[in-house]
Design a protein around this ligand. Sequence first.
Ligand code: SAH
Ligand code: SF4
Length: 401
Amino acid sequence: MVWPGNARLPGAAVGAGSAMTTNLLAYDLDRLTTFCEGLGEKRYRALQLFRWIHQKGVPDFDAMSDLARGVREKLAAVACVKPLAVLSQHISSDGTVKWLFDVGEGDAVESVFIPDDDRGTLCISSQAGCAMGCRFCATGHQGFSRNLTTGEVLAQLWFSEHFLRRHLSRKDRVISNVVMMGMGEPLQNYSELLPALRVMLDDHGYGLSRRRVTVSTAGVVPKIDALSQDCPVALAVSLHAPNDDLRDKLVPLNRKYPLAELLPACRRYLAHAPRDFITFEYCMLAGVNDQPEQAHELVKLMQRYANGTTWCKFNLIPFNPFAQSGLQRSRPEQVHGFARILSEAGIVTTIRRTRGDDIDAACGQLAGDVRDRTRVGERIARQRTLILRPSSTSDLSVKET
Ligand code: SAH
Ligand code: SF4
């Protein structure tokens, strides 16, 4: 097949309704049923409609051939299926595809499709920007603009799945896994996230299994507990440090929810997610968090919460540099040495293969184009900067810039 190339796709914003109509992309099946009942239609109508939208990717009520004409007309008067406009599409030499979606008022968010032999993973954004201000993250440097709505979260999946099916000439599902690892902190947008997760899992929607949908968080403890009750999908926690001192500097949220609160919350989560692991993400920063002593410290930390069980995995992420970060990627031998220490202590450890480098689609490089209304970028620039001294952790120090 031939890809359309790395160009703007001006025609992608099809089917947008007027501001007065309800965007049905934002509804899980329960809400859609209530909506249809409000129009005097039975539950099975909602089910038909839901399948047309999510399983068949049809935005146009007129094309929903098994709905009676009267129903289609009623729907067209009050509702729409409103996708996001695609501002650009980039395709990496490794097959990774990155889309930039317009979410209005000057904000844009990114989604990335990562194909593999046995799976297709879509990485989705949950916010325009992010307020968490993590030291090593391009989105964090950009600051926070706003939460995405359920419809905007789902529109990324809806567009990607049906676009890829058409362009790969596939009738069956292309996206087998969804990871909430794009722009934003999903658990800071919990009320909009939850219905979106339900549509992903719904057999009449995307039919993804609980373990194939991953929420990644910097550690919003109360919402980790809420998610365990409401929708215990796979949980990834961005750890990045073996102690509070360093984590406070890398992930400012740690000052609010330190390790002694975060790690017990992770353990509690597993009580609701049977046979699961917590995946800890650890971005490898040269001279900052990649020393052998720090790997040993991490092993001790994990053992303290293990209760004699295997409860977590580690995913070491090579740092993806971006301008102004002032940080460097750890050398491969450093990453492998770190992984070996964890593995020898019985912790399953993987090293993430970097994908989509050439189109800035790798982890932490997603910056979209977001208005910085909180000026986090400026705050970070004023912040004390980590000095990198790869030879020794005891040399790790901070200095004013
Ligand atoms: N806010 C959530 C999800 C989005 S970030 C979270 O922090 O978990 C997704 C992952 O990318 C996180 O593990 C994050 O730590 C990692 N990441 C951020 N910036 C990165 C960078 N520059 N290089 C590599 N990984 C990065
Ligand atoms: Fe936000 Fe996650 Fe980036 Fe931290 S790593 S700034 S929480 S998107």
